[in-house]
Ligand binder design. Structure first.
Ligand code: SF4
Ligand code: SF4
Length: 83
């Protein structure tokens, strides 16, 4: 299965919690010990076992485009070019 990770841009997160409700792996939680510049608790990825699949459902549902998804490409799928 594909592996991924997300980065939440705290500047844009308004703490609506939509992303926490859709992650199939239940990996997104609200950082109750942090505040964004606008005063919201931001979403954060809590994934100690590397279970994020990079499915991007969280990024699609986010109304503020605050989530960027990164997918790892298996080494045998990496294409290299030579000049
Ligand atoms: S990319 Fe998918 S698995 Fe990863 S945090 Fe978002 S919804 Fe969850
Ligand atoms: S859906 Fe977007 S704005 Fe809402 S808590 Fe998640 S990252 Fe923040």
């Amino acid at each position: 299965m594909a592996k991924g990770r997300i980065v939440v841009k705290e500047m844009y997160c308004k703490g609506c919690e939509l992303c926490t409700s859709v992650c199939p792996q239940d990996l997104i939680h609200m950082a109750l010990d942090q505040l964004t510049p606008k005063g919201y608790h931001p979403a954060e990825l809590v994934d100690p076992d590397g279970e994020c699949t990079g499915c991007a459902i969280c990024a699609v549902i986010c109304p503020d485009s605050a989530i960027t998804v990164y997918r790892m490409v298996p080494e045998d799928k990496v294409k290299t070019t030579t000049a």
